[in-house]
Ligand binder design. Structure first.
Ligand code: COA
Ligand code: MG
Length: 289
């Protein structure tokens, strides 16, 4: 299922939860982690669970929950509460390597059985670059990692982990460590055969900036993006959907190869096309992942 836009909704806010119901986001991420203060963690957990139980069945939007990190002492309580029918997936923050995914997947095996959910239903999206160790274990993402629905990355927690004063250089551009994290997310997702989901665009009042940033992101290979404010969702959906012109071109590429089934390369409009172009065109048309 598409994950063009994933909107974070702090699960301790009834108002934001209500607003999330009307959002065209492909997924809502009911947040139990950083958007929720320690004193509100338990209440947020209850609200997220009740929200899924009440609304999942009639929503198009997939419902994910961002649990607390595995080493927080809260993750198991989070998981035990939120695995109810209708839960689409878990976002796992501060993932250290694919071993963390396997651990959560193992817990989900049991929790799904308890909840009467078909095995393997609940997917996992790790935030894969939030710790220093995670940056050194990105090679652990392969097609053997269970339950993966996508991989995303973050620049904020990593800079805190490193002890950086900022994740930006003096000219405002991302420092090399964080452009590396962005690129590693793309590679890890491709290696695992799942979509790469770009990190948030913090300035949620700057729609033009978001449009420009999403265009860059999509060119680089991201398939979707995190949103932190409802106003960002339509922009992101649009940016990560193929345009009519792209669809038309992709159809022509597929047709050109279909017309010459034995050819490894074909010519179209004076350009040479080979298998990577066909793969890209089929992906644009939704014919392969
Ligand atoms: N999900 C659902 N509804 C949201 C929302 C969100 N992420 N962000 C804002 N809204 C709602 C507001 O409640 C408000 O609704 P209302 O008119 O019914 O009260 C409306 O959208 C407009 O909000 P606005 O006044 O523009 O923003 P704000 O100042 O209330 O909130 C933030 C700004 C950044 C605090 C808020 O967008 C937010 O909480 N974002 C998510 C943060 C998060 O989850 N971070 C963790 C991941 S990094
Ligand atoms: Mg964080």
């Amino acid at each position: 299922m598409a994950l063009r836009s994933m909107l974070f909704v702090p699960a301790d806010s009834e108002r934001k939860l209500a607003k999330g119901l009307g959002s065209p986001a492909d997924a809502l991420i009911l947040d139990l982690e950083d958007a929720v203060a320690p004193a509100h963690k338990a209440a947020a957990r209850g609200s997220a669970t009740a929200f899924i139980a009440e609304h999942a069945a009639r929503l198009q939007t997939q419902l994910y929950v961002r649990i607390n990190p595995l080493d927080s002492g809260l993750a198991m309580q989070d998981l035990a509460a939120v695995v109810v029918p209708g839960l689409a997936g878990i976002m796992l923050p501060k993932t250290r390597s694919a071993d963390d995914i396997r651990r959560v997947a193992f817990c989900l095996d049991a929790l799904e059985a308890r909840a009467g959910i078909a095995p393997g239903t609940v997917r996992i999206v790790p935030v894969a670059t939030e710790t220093a160790q995670a940056m050194l274990t990105m090679a652990s993402y392969t097609r053997d990692v269970p339950r993966l629905a996508g991989i995303t990355w973050g620049a904020e927690d990593l800079s805190a982990a490193i002890g950086a004063i900022s994740n930006r250089d003096a000219d405002g551009s991302l420092s090399p460590l964080y452009t590396l994290a962005n690129s590693m997310c793309l590679c890890a997702a491709a290696a695992a055969g799942v979509p790469a989901i770009d990190t948030l665009y913090a300035d949620f009042r700057d729609a033009a900036g978001l449009v420009a940033s999403c265009a860059v992101s999509r060119r680089r290979g991201f398939a979707g993006r995190i949103a932190i404010h409802p106003d960002q969702v339509a922009v992101i959906n649009e940016a990560f959907s193929p345009s009519e012109a792209e669809l038309a071109h992709a159809r022509r590429v597929v047709e050109a190869f279909a017309a010459q089934p034995d050819a490894g390369t074909v010519g179209l409009d004076g350009a040479m096309l080979d298998m990577p172009h066909l793969k890209q065109a089929r992906r644009t048309l939704g014919l392969e992942g």
